[in-house]
Design a protein around this ligand. Structure first.
Ligand code: FAD
Length: 465
């Protein structure tokens, strides 16, 4: 190739290592023009946008030391990418595939558009261990049940080893018109998120290494306890591609990992498998965030309850574990998985509020918001999915709290009003002999009554079968 640049369009893959699109572009010998196109944000920045922007800023610091940078544009990528390619006379465009319904459509359209213009468009696998259309059952149908999906995925063999970072990067140095400021102003609400995250490819790798050394061995036994730092914390990094699932798989499967940790390792890899499964379900059901997979659940008599929804969002339901989780989410952009389950179940079953409203709130506030995992897990908690917790199984937030945060360490971390309530009473402080602390609400709904109401709603749906 001559000096026409090769464009690498970065979307959710801000890393140098195991970046197939970047590696392939480097191998052409053409100077690289790295670009990112910010989507138009009519409703402002969400938490995952914030995490992506921070990531981009850190990735640019890494690139600057190598003599390059990411050129940032904003707007409709379907229009902008061909314009940029024409403006710089690009020989080829490279990207790693994305699988969300909107992104898929844009990318397919771009490939069609580039084909007749002589600009080659190359796409690569990078965000998943298995392309979402590849794991099928014996008759070529997608799996509906996770365990069968994961068995088949594992039988398909280990994913290919991760690629090393390219040894040398040659950048396109001519001016590129239309690029934006690299950094957006941060909305005020993002300031509390900073303290809870580290950014950059090195930080993601460091987190993985520390997890394997310190926590993998007891992952299976401790992953459900929000008061312990027993999970990997990799989800935001995976979301924006500061680390790839292949890198995680490879490091965790490494033979040097203690053989006594085999069960914990399998459990952890299966959790990564849930992420894969979610993408395969979204691939088959692009409306996963909008429609119940089990159609009969579209008939549930959801309540309109703005004050209940607001209390849930703000962590003011009067159920300490739910409130701790919702406040953790707002302040840090993440929430422990067990607590996500309890909080989601509470919204859907105790308040009988449509799971889609919860899904949307998580989509706005999670720094690891992932359209596949979020929608699938909401449907799982709501009991509306194919392989879900049954609707009639209603989590008791007080029992969950006693079991998984027995000393109230996690609750006290996020709900300071309850700091001086005893370990015994903190799970149901309205029963505390010392009385409910000032400023902490009474439960907005009685558990037993809410349970009866949810079961009656479910019976109504079953009756319509
Ligand atoms: P670890 O326990 O260390 O797991 C390792 C990795 O496996 C995670 O980083 C993640 O990529 C994957 N994983 C683990 N559990 C799940 C799961 N149940 N489903 C899919 N992938 C999983 N996860 C997201 O990444 N984005 C979301 O938007 C999201 N929304 C959720 C909504 C609800 C209602 C629930 C119940 C769960 C949701 N999850 C989501 C799944 C899970 O809570 C997070 O992946 C996990 O808490 C991230 O923490 P970790 O990286 O320490 O996980």
């Amino acid at each position: 190739m001559n000096d026409k640049p090769a464009i690498v369009w970065l979307r959710e893959d801000f890393r140098l290592a195991d970046n197939a699109a970047l590696t392939a572009a480097t191998q052409t010998g053409a100077p690289l023009l790295l670009i990112h196109i910010r989507p138009e944000r009519p409703y402002g920045m969400t938490a995952v946008d914030w995490f992506r922007e921070k990531t981009l800023a850190h990735f640019n610091v890494d690139l600057r030391s190598l003599g390059g940078k990411v050129h940032v544009f904003a707007g409709d990528s379907a229009r902008l990418l061909p314009e940029i390619a024409a403006r710089v006379g690009a020989a080829a465009v490279f990207w790693n595939r994305r699988y969300d319904p909107v992104g898929r459509e844009i990318d397919a359209g771009l490939k069609r558009e580039f084909a007749p213009c002589g600009t080659e468009a190359h796409s690569f696998a990078g965000a998943l261990l298995h392309e979402p259309w590849t794991v099928k059952n014996r008759v070529g149908q997608p799996f509906k049940i996770f365990s069968a999906y994961w068995r088949a995925a594992c039988e398909a063999g280990s994913p290919r080893p991760p690629l090393p970072a390219p040894r040398e990067l040659k950048f396109f140095t001519e001016p590129v018109t239309g690029a934006q400021e690299e950094q957006l102003p941060w909305p005020a609400w993002t300031s509390s998120l900073d303290a809870h995250h580290k950014f950059g490819e090195a930080a993601a790798q460091d987190r993985l290494v520390r997890f394997i050394a310190d926590d993998l061995g007891h992952y299976e036994d401790e992953r459900d306890f929000p008061d312990r730092d027993a999970t990997s914390g990799l989800s935001p990094y995976l979301r924006v591609g500061q680390i790839s699932p292949r890198q995680v798989w490879n490091a965790v499967s490494d033979a040097s990992v203690n053989p006594a940790h085999a069960a914990a390792r399998a459990k952890f890899l299966a959790e990564l498998g849930w992420r894969e499964f979610a993408w395969s379900v979204l691939w088959e059901h692009p409306g996963l965030a909008d429609h119940a997979l089990r159609q009969e659940f579209e008939g549930l008599p959801w309540r309109t309850d703005p004050s209940g929804l607001e209390a849930w969002k703000r962590g003011r339901t009067g159920y300490p574990l739910v409130d701790a989780g919702m406040r953790e989410l707002w302040r840090s952009g993440v929430m422990h998985n067990r607590v996500r389950m309890v909080a989601a179940s509470f919204l859907v079953k105790h308040l009988l509020i449509d799971w889609r409203l919860g899904e949307q709130w998580f989509a706005e506030t999670l720094a690891d918001y992932d359209p596949a995992s979020n929608a699938l897990n909401w449907q799982w908690c709501a009991g509306t999915g194919a392989d879900s917790a049954p609707f009639f199984r209603i989590m008791n937030p007080v029992l969950q709290s006693r079991k998984f945060d027995p000393s109230g360490v996690y609750i006290r971390r996020w709900v300071p009003e309850l700091k001086s309530v005893s370990d015994k009473d903190i799970h149901a402080p309205w029963e505390s002999p010392g009385g409910l602390p000032a400023n902490y609400p009474l439960p907005i709904v009685d558990h037993a009554a809410a349970r009866r109401r949810a079961l009656a709603a479910w019976d109504g749906v079953r009756g319509g079968d």
